[in-house]
Design a binder for this molecule. Sequence first.
Ligand code: UDP
Length: 336
Amino acid sequence: MQCNALHEAGYDIVVYDNLSNSSHEAINRVSMLIGQPVEFIKGDIRDAESLKKIFSAHHFFGVIHFAGLKAVGESVAKPLLYYNNNVSGTITLLEVMKEHSVKNLVFSSSATVYGDPESLPIDESSKRSCTNPYGQRKLTVEHILEDLAVSDDSWNLIALRYFNPVGAHPSGEIGEDPNDIPNNLMSYIFQVAVGKLDKLIIFGNDCPTVDGTGVRDFIHVTDLAQGHVAALNYLDKQASLNEDSMTQNSVGFLPINLGTGKGTSVLELVSAFLDVSGQAIPYQFTDRRAGDIASRYASADKAKTLLGWQAELLITDMCQDTWRWQSMNPNGYNVS
Ligand code: UDP
């Protein structure tokens, strides 16, 4: 998804991934959609030598850093893995970037850094606090980036805080296909729609929300991808301004929410999914999940003001594109 958006925006890209939770078939499909092969290197973010080789062979403007493990449950069971991959991996990347004087970075952060918000909508100055190791490591990386920006003003570091990404590429060719059991709301709704699960278990109907069910700010992955392009364009514009004026105005550490600014409840999402798929989604209420936040949605003003970006796609688009991807690829990227 991201490669397509960057290619359309005129960027040349190199993809570096250890394929621990992705597939070469996804790269093939991206190449097919953009009409030319994507340069892909299989490697691990913790492998400094491998990174150095790539940075020596290319003249990069910047890096979009997505290389993080992202399962909350796994982060509780394997905290060292999350320190190692998500934190040490980031440090290794930053060291190699520094060595090669590549100082522009867009980092995948998460709305999870806000924990249980004190007020809504959540803007970027809201207090940060996390309760699970996954979120804490996102926060650790944000702290590292902040320290780095203070230590050296030639760094330009944008942390994009994603709200709840859903959807798939509108072609139905690219979508999410995790190795582990998918465990977010949309994937459960889909499994009920295709009969893999009898019913959706809804965690609580007594939240202080529009209908008692949890509220989240769902954002289409196409909009999310455009948000990264806008962030990179912003860094590019800053670099040009500096070149023109021969000054050094660094971006420093810049956190930006990527959300729609609108909350949607679990029941509203179920109803939208029924509308686009025609599949009934039986459900049953149970107790609220331990640690679950009742309501979370973004203030997306900063992204609009600074990056000129705002989400365009609706909940129906998110459901439609998820349904198309899943229906066309019942086994994900496993095409054999
Ligand atoms: N949810 C639910 N049943 C499920 C999965 C999720 O009712 O099987 C609810 C959950 O309580 C929350 C919302 O859906 O209110 C979004 O949950 P998800 O795990 O997708 O995202 P997160 O809570 O991490 O933002």
